[in-house]
Design a protein around this ligand. Structure first.
Ligand code: HAS
Length: 542
């Protein structure tokens, strides 16, 4: 692996993992507070911890990890090393994001930005928190442009050739990110900065929430797409098989690009200020964005089965036995896939209007995203870490690391089973999310929730032990003997059909994406600007 690129990748991954450890401490404390097991000292607030947890894990850990991982694959598959200008862009992006993260974290620790990771109005933070967010966003844009530049250069040099799948997927991921972050940049720059500095007196709450969720939903796919890169490109190689279909893999990425953005209203189904027709339209589009995940499930099963049969597996499920169960590069992401089945089903429940009325703002939703992002995504990222660090530092991945990594994965799954299981269950009983310890004046209903909150805390403790083991394992990764660890990139199966070239015609996809976004958002946003939806007066301006 190129030495200079290795440094770049390591900087991103290590910083991501540092954010993970600090965020995990906040998570542990918060689950203990919520269950009533501990009381925080007066100067630390529950919501302050909750903000630190959400921002450090949801926004910082993920973004740094993803950009580091994408750059590693872009370097590997598009020419063997990054162009100098691209590497410079990536470093500028890194430093800007780092500056934003440090500034943001300091403000959260000073209790000047206790606005949760969703930070929409009417909660207000110090103006410098929003400036920190701008640094984070602009930094990620510059990094994204670096990915595009390397890809564009490769295509110029390789006219007529199909780009490597990893690179295509990285471009799609960053393209979706660039389009989605326009929404959050708009609310931060046009609404929050003027409001928090006191230059304007009011803020349009509906618009701020809508612009946030315009970004907030594709944000979850920004977490998911790199996971899909691992499942589509890396896992087939790790199991000694082939990628089932390059065309299907690309199609699923394009579908996510198109349908992940015009769906933010499914987070706002219970809000006034949006006409029900637009909610309905966006729910329909939400069900469209499920299709690429079903395609992904099909493709992975196909890849497992084909490789199993090649190894001589017999019967309907014989291929399961020949999967490499002792290999952490497979095991951790596999557990992520398995968990994604109930996690995705939970998403479908959330997206259904009537059922959303039952689960919205309850711990069910917290349970949902601990299965999706904190399990499927996190476990896949752990699986990647175990081979990526040795691969870029020229060290040999040993059996001991496989064992340690598998133990850490199992601990994570057990902790999450308790935590997320209890969250889903008690959510259905009505226990609200985002509340500190309370018995609502010893109301019997609320007292009946408490045992579940204790189970959540037990799960939280097991998860924290898993995080400590991850930290130990990471130190071991840097102590591995010098040697070679493969950067696993799968090949496409011979039986796969040819990939249609229009999948790489970005002009078409960007145009369709813009049309869908305008269709789903233009009129409801105009209504919000004009304060025109009956029943929402007084809700809009704060
Ligand atoms: Fe979600 C809320 C709907 C997916 C994250 N979601 C959230 C929040 C987060 C989040 C963070 O419609 C909370 C935001 C907040 O703070 O308020 N979500 C969905 C839907 C999907 C979905 C329809 N969510 C995700 C993913 C996330 C994520 C992915 C992170 C990475 N979500 C919602 C809705 C809400 C919501 C509402 C708002 C709720 C409210 O009221 O506030 C879909 O994309 C899910 C599709 C997935 C599948 C599963 C496919 C399975 C695969 C694995 C195959 C396994 C194999 C291995 C092959 C259909 C690909 C098996 C092998 C064997 C041997 C068995």
């Amino acid at each position: 692996f190129d030495h200079k690129d290795s440094k770049l990748v390591l900087a991103h991954i290590i910083f991501a993992l540092i954010a993970l450890f600090i965020g995990a401490i906040a998570g542990l404390l918060q689950s203990l507070v919520k269950s009533g097991a501990i009381t925080l000292p007066a100067e630390i607030g529950y919501y302050q911890l909750l903000t630190a947890h959400g921002v450090l894990l949801g926004l910082v850990f993920t973004t740094f990890f993803i950009i580091g991982f994408l750059y590693s694959g872009v370097s590997k598959t598009l020419g063997g090393k990054l162009m100098n200008s691209v590497r410079i862009m990536a470093w500028i992006g890194f430093w800007l994001m780092l500056a934003g993260t440090i500034l943001g974290t300091i403000l959260i620790l000073l209790n000047k930005a206790t606005v949760l990771y969703t930070f929409y109005a009417p909660l207000q933070a110090s103006p410098y928190f929003y400036i920190a967010l701008v640094l984070l966003i602009v930094g990620s844009w510059i990094s994204g442009f670096g990915v595009f530049k390397q890809y564009y250069h490769w295509r110029k040099m390789n006219k007529g050739k199909l780009s490597p799948l990893f690179a295509f997927m990285s471009v799609t991921t960053m393209l979706m990110w660039q389009i989605a972050t326009i929404g959050v940049a708009a609310t931060v720059i046009l609404q929050f900065i003027p409001w928090s500095f006191g230059w304007v007196e009011t803020i349009n709450v509906m618009l701020s929430r809508t612009l946030f969720w315009y970004f907030g939903h594709p944000l979850v796919y920004f977490w998911l797409l790199p996971v899909y890169i691992c499942w589509y490109v890396v896992i087939p190689k790790v199991i000694g098989g082939k990628i089932f279909s390059d065309a299907l893999a690309r199609l699923s990425f394009i579908l996510i690009l198109l349908f992940s953005i015009p769906v933010g209203f499914h987070h706002q189904l219970m809000e006034p200020g949006i006409n029900s027709f637009w909610k309905y339209l966006q729910v329909v589009l939400t069900f469209m964005v499920v299709i690429p995940s079903l395609i992904t499930a099909f493709s992975i099963f196909a890849s497992f089965e084909l490789s199993g049969r090649e190894k001589g597996a017999k019967g309907l499920f014989g291929w399961v036995k020949v999967l490499p169960w002792n290999d952490v590069r497979f095991f951790a992401p596999f557990m992520g896939m398995l968990i994604f089945i109930p996690a995705g089903a939970g998403g479908l429940i959330n997206a259904s209007n009537q059922m959303n009325a039952v689960v919205h703002n309850t711990l069910w939703v917290t349970g949902h995203f601990h299965l999706t992002v904190a399990s499927s995504v996190a476990l896949t990222f752990f699986g990647i870490t175990y081979w990526l660090i040795p691969a870029v530092t020229n060290r040999l991945l040993t059996k001991k690391i496989h064992r340690l990594g598998i133990t850490q994965t199992i601990l994570w799954c057990v902790g999450m089973f308790f935590m997320s299981g209890a969250m889903h269950t008690v959510g259905l009983f009505g226990s609200p999310r985002r509340t500190a310890y309370t018995t609502y004046g010893d109301h019997p209903e609320s007292l009946s929730w408490l045992p579940y909150h204790v189970v959540m805390a037990i799960g939280g403790i097991i998860l924290f032990i898993s995080t400590l083991l991850l930290a130990y394992n990471l130190i071991q990764l840097f102590r591995l003997p010098k040697g070679y660890t493969e950067y696993p990139i799968g090949e496409v199966a011979e039986s796969a059909e040819e990939t249609p070239r229009f999948l790489e015609r970005w002009g078409i996809w960007i145009t369709i994406s813009v049309v869908l976004i305008l269709t789903a958002y233009a009129i409801p946003m105009m209504d919000m600007l004009n304060n025109q939806v009956p029943g929402s007066e007084g809700y809009i301006l704060w």
